[in-house]
Design a protein around this ligand. Sequence first.
Ligand code: CA
Length: 437
Amino acid sequence: MTPTSIPARQSRSISAALAIVATTALVSPAMAQSGMNTTNLEESIHLEGLTDPWDMAFLDDGTMFFTEKCEGLSVLMPTGEVNELLGMTGTDSYATTADDLFCEGQAGMNGVAVDPDFAENRQIYVFSTSNLSEPQTNRVMRLTVADDFSGVSDRTDIVTDIPYKVAASDHPFGGPGAHNGGRIRFSPGDGFLYVTTGDNHNGEVPQSPTMMGSKILRIDTDGNAAADNNPPEGFDQRTYTYGHRNVQGIAFHPENNTPIIMEHGPWHSDEITVLENGGNGGWDPRPNMAGRGDCPDNYCGYMPNQGVGMNRFERAAFMPMTDFETYPDAMPPIWTNNGWSQGTSSGTFITGDQWGDWDGNLLVGIMGIGFGGTPIGQRIDVIELGPDLSVVDVTEMTLPMPSARFRSLVQGPDGALYAAVDSGEIYRMAPKDMDGN
Ligand SMILES: [Ca+2]
């Protein structure tokens, strides 16, 4: 947790140089500039020296809970003090260590959320991989935070059966822990907890009525299904939507609280989708679906990237993110990059007069991917939605900081934007006027 600003600054400088090179080659609807003068943002490093920070959740006074994927859960106090609350196996500096919690690949301690009634019940929630089940699973845990924020207690695992990829398979990035989902957010509208999960490179998971990967779960704080969840007959009632690939972003519209997700595509077609209660995301990577043949390890979610000479559009037609041919009633995405998947990992609506034309817009953090060692797409997109929730405009934020792998975006209680990046920092970004400069 010791700040290591010198190495971090060196790596950021390198990333920035590469990003400038890559930008000229990137063809994307996000390149059009419009709206607020985005060069008017200023940044500061809110916290640094972290290892794979994954998510943050704030209290009104600025207290910030945060997770590190292979370390655990901590809290940054308004005083600047960091308390390490719940460590994973192998850690020894946390107030409590849970030896069942582990990380592997994309899996580990992922999302964190604060109970809407935290002031009364002091409860928070985290999503983490655990070895308490056999095979291992992802769990959502409820914790009670001590009055002085020195630790957590009363761990209750309210969801225990979110599947985790236990073994490597014959795919690109095919290691254990892949496609693990992991974002958790409370809806300010209905008060339920929404949990995003991934397909684990398992072709059977997305359309399965009982395996809880590739779903958006909608549950209460005990893990029970919301009473009005409306999945098809025979589905686990915790299912709000299904048929997703790997959802790691969810945000709620500031005016109508509609849940909207950001989802990773299979080297093409990242998607943003407005959720409908009971809806199917239309992802079905089983072999022999929609004219596809056999696929390695019975998962077509990367086909035909393996040894077949198709361009990205042919790939999108072969293995669509939303298979309308098989599922004509699938929820249509409101946005797709219709090109190389670039890692739409998180999103948040940004509100407040200080954001000018961006007040009410959706910000999407994009991690970027590398070809030949060159990262492309490490950026934040600003997406304006119309009254019908269609995409009106997409602007690429002119970053006040070097580009980076944007893992988590959260608007803080001060109205600023906080961004966790894989290189170990949590940045604060704000319009200059907002801070009186
Ligand atoms: Ca879809």
